[in-house]
Design a binder for this molecule. Sequence first.
Ligand SMILES: [Zn+2]
Length: 193
Amino acid sequence: MTLATSAPARARPDAVRGTTLDATRSRTTCPGCGLVLPLHTGPTHAYVGASPACWELYRRLKADPFARREGSPLRRLVVDAYAAQHPGSPNRRSVQSVAVHLMGLCVRLEREGEQRRLVPVDGRMPPRKTMDLHWLAPPDFARAGTVADVLATGADDRYPVAAEAWARSVWAAWAPHHATVRGWLDAPCVAIR
Ligand SMILES: [Zn+2]
């Protein structure tokens, strides 16, 4: 009779598709989305407020075929949702980043991606004097999904649905600032480009 010498493998709550993060290591809380993940020493973004472990999950999500194609509506939605959920701290670049990505979410989720609006939203910004971009106090994302939820679907054909649900939950969390974001989008300099 052979006795088992190790515990059977169990699904770990942090076992996101293909992750090699070690659950026995210390854990960190992402300052943006609040995900608690094993410590990861990789890189993160200069002004997107994400833990290195969360940034690694985002990198994996973007590398998946469903989101890989640059410029595709789904990839833009993923990029907007992640940036909006990781606003970082107030500075010139993060103010502009959060504003641009919130406008992206608004356009894609409320306005069916109006092309004429996407040009300035995704690229050049109008002159600052015509658009009062300012820091928006980040909301509580406790009820929003995370990039891990999308990865955890585990099926490529479910990613688009999961990604949109996540993006909608992020946009919903920003509800106190929806009027401001819509106002930025409706500034004359945006509408006519
Ligand atoms: Zn995060």
